[in-house]
Ligand binder design. Structure first.
Ligand code: URA
Ligand code: SF4
Length: 216
């Protein structure tokens, strides 16, 4: 019997992304994406949110437990920390568009209560989800992209991206055929996990200050 399972390298959101669509239409289409297996266990697609004309776009990894429940990016603990850091760096969250490299929550169940524990997406999954991020970039056309952590960095800049090497600097790269300015920093979740949280938080704020200055 022929296998009905698509080969893994066929994972892609591409056929689900409507051409020439606005942000609302994209968001509606993304709700039905089956471009990779992550839609099966997650509750819903968590598409980007914020001002369509935002000057700055933040790209995280993937929605977490709270984002999966609420359907909006960065509303859980990492998002709260990011909001605080943005305020300190002088970036108005109201002027930002916030999204993720991967639009479905990937998790395993662990511990007493079978809590849903974040699991990192594979390169295949971030690549599959890339057409959504490309469409968001093409529509919002931000002046600056803030790259939050390694997964977002690799999704946008390729597998050789190392956050420790480029954090807090302004990069100029062509991404999906458009010249972009980017400031990479650590993922806010890594601050929550750090042994020295205060030092990690100060590092995040200082990178975001670079982004604020680049925005002028
Ligand atoms: N972490 C992310 O990368 N994105 C979210 O939306 C929430 C937590
Ligand atoms: Fe589609 Fe991305 Fe969800 Fe995979 S993670 S199903 S590519 S929206």
């Amino acid at each position: 019997m022929p296998s009905t399972k698509a080969p893994e390298d066929a994972y892609t959101a591409e056929p689900f992304v409507p051409q020439g669509a606005g942000l609302d239409e994209l968001r509606r289409a993304a709700a039905g994406c089956r471009g990779c297996p992550l839609h099966r266990d997650a509750t819903r697609t968590v598409f980007g949110a914020g001002d369509e004309h935002a000057r700055v776009m933040f790209v995280g990894e993937q929605p977490g437990d709270q984002e999966d429940r609420q359907g909006r990016p960065f509303v859980g603990p990492a998002g709260k920390l990011l909001d605080r850091a943005l305020a300190e760096a002088g970036i108005d969250p109201g002027e930002a568009y916030v999204t993720n490299a991967v639009k479905h929550f990937k998790f395993t169940r662990a511990g007493p209560g079978e809590r849903r524990v974040h699991k990192s997406p594979t390169r295949r999954e971030t690549t599959a989800c890339g057409p959504w991020l490309a469409a968001e970039l093409a529509l919002v056309r931000p002046e600056l992209v803030v790259v939050l952590g390694a997964t977002a960095g690799k999704a946008l800049l390729g597998p050789s991206f190392r956050v420790t090497q480029v954090r807090g600097t302004v990069l100029e790269e062509e991404i999906h055929g458009r010249p972009e300015r980017l400031v990479p920093t650590v993922h806010p979740s890594s601050v929550l996990r750090a042994d020295d949280r205060e030092a990690a938080y100060r590092g995040l704020v200082s990178d975001l200050e670079v982004a604020a200055r680049a925005l002028g």
